[in-house]
Write a protein that binds this ligand. Sequence first.
Ligand SMILES: [Zn+2]
Length: 673
Amino acid sequence: MRLIRFFLLVIVCSVAAFAQPAPVGIETADLNRSASPCNDFYEYSNGAWRAANPIPATMDRWSRRWAAGEANKDQLKVILEEASGKRDLPKGSVDQLIGDYYAACMDESRVNQAGATPIKPLLADIDAIKDQASLQRMLLRFAGLGIQVPFGVNAASDNHNPSQVIADVQAAGLGLPDRDYYLKTEERFQQARAQYLVHVANMFRLAGYSEADSRKAADQVMQFETALAKATLDNVARRDPQAVDHKTTYAQLQQLTPHFDWDGYYKDANLPRINLNVQEPKFMEEVDRQLSTATLPDWKVYLTWQLLHGSAPYLSQPFVQENFNFYEKTLGGVGELKPRWKQCAESADQFLGEALGRDYVARYFPPEAKARAQEMVKNILAAMGDTINGLDWMTPDTKKKAMEKIASFNVKVGYPDKWKDYSHVVITRTSYFDDVMAGAQFGINDDRSTIGKPVDRGRWGMTPPTSNAYYNPLLNEIVFPAGILQPPAFSVKATDAVNYGAIGVVIGHEISHGFDDQGAQFDSTGRLNNWWTADDLKKFQAKTACVVKQFDGYYIEPNIHHNGKLVLGESIGDLAGVKIAYLAFQKSQQGKPAAPVLDGFTPDQQFFIAWGQFRGDETRPETQRLMVQGDPHPVAKFRVIGPLSNFPPFASAFSCKPDSAMVRPAAQRCVVW
Ligand SMILES: [Zn+2]
């Protein structure tokens, strides 16, 4: 069935080509021709665009790709404004939900007039906590509202039986990005702690606390969270699937945290008492210790802070601004808040994503984009198969398992076949905060409802307008929302070289996640299960060690470099992604007339330039620091030059000399797949 569809599409495309104008190549105006492609391909491929397009004050990074992601929100605005202009729609209809949600959010004077009023009842309840029982009741209520502190319980596929959904207990409840921010002594962390104390105090002041009480509360919060932070894994450790895999019975969960009322929690959340996973047992021991030793006043201050923190973006302007000032301005270097309409569009996408997304794809996602992307995925998966088959270092036993994994990839393109049903969510124009809570509750209940059931493979982890993609190792699936299937990633008008160099590498990247340092630990069924012979695994690990070393050597500032182990999975994804997209591109041209030289660039050159232009972000220095510390993705510059400098066809395409900066010497060249 599928094959027939692909076949038909090929015919339709080639017929249509006669009637269409010449295909579009790379963006020649974006090139900085004064830079050498062999010295700094990042600068060469997109330097002129970055020079002409400084990062807008509202953004932490910028490129054609990020601009396209923001343009998606302009489209959401059209949909939301139209829906909010309609009245008397049937309750629970898509347009009623998204229209009233947007209208309530845009009614800034009402939101501002309310100030902290929407959270007053919750604040009063926190204040009324008088014993362990009432404290724990509050934790349940928080969890039901999506404020998961100090831990979260979410649905996840069972690592050991991935066709089944179980509960997954995760460490949470820290206001700073990760443990290092609480514990490390480097100046940048000390500075962040000092700024965090000021921010927490500011939030308490906005909620009506006195100056002295606010400062005291900030100190208490810092102390409380530092104790929790000490018990968490760091960002590198957490990337190891084995390190967060602790299958536990319900009885063991109770033994792990004897002071926590799991019976109450499970009853409140309507969860079945089946086996579950506890990602970080040490953290849960610390939570239990806090339950038995921390004073009620300390807990109350902590919960008050977490409520203020979680609610701030949906309260009045001073809260929104203060929250922005710390998390985006101070930590990320962003200059100013996005306009209100965009905050509202992003919020609607977050909480009513598949209602809004339904309208979005109907209006803005052409079916031919889906068909062509599906064809590319098929070709690039085949290229991964060819690559694995051709490996000289892997034994037939391991190869067979790898090929099974390729054959069982699930591919999702565009949008879900079945949409979530929001019809019973109550959204009105009277209180934006209540609408957000209703949306959050829907999300929590929707998630919880899957626990204890077989996996529903139709569910999506991103909304349709999202300009991004993902791989899920437990489902062995790659997912490309409609929001990324547009220029500069993809265009039905672009040459194959440009499409394969941009969205093709993204597709290759996601496929390769199935075979990165994490993904390679999951088998074709999504089970966390070693399918490698010991010897092959050793060879694979030696190959990945090369990538760790390469990225350890990439500096964003004189003393701050990437952590190769943190960015390993993403860097393997880029390295293998470039290779298999390139191979698929080559293969796609067989039997066709030679692809044209466009604007003076050969098809191979177009392919590599397309990657440099798609990936060509300019990133604020503060955001680069955040990324180096906590983001498994390297900053854009190294995602361009890192993989290409390991890839001989790149050097050939631009006739680079062997001693060029963009050509790693053969002895240092990393090849994983
Ligand atoms: Zn990735």
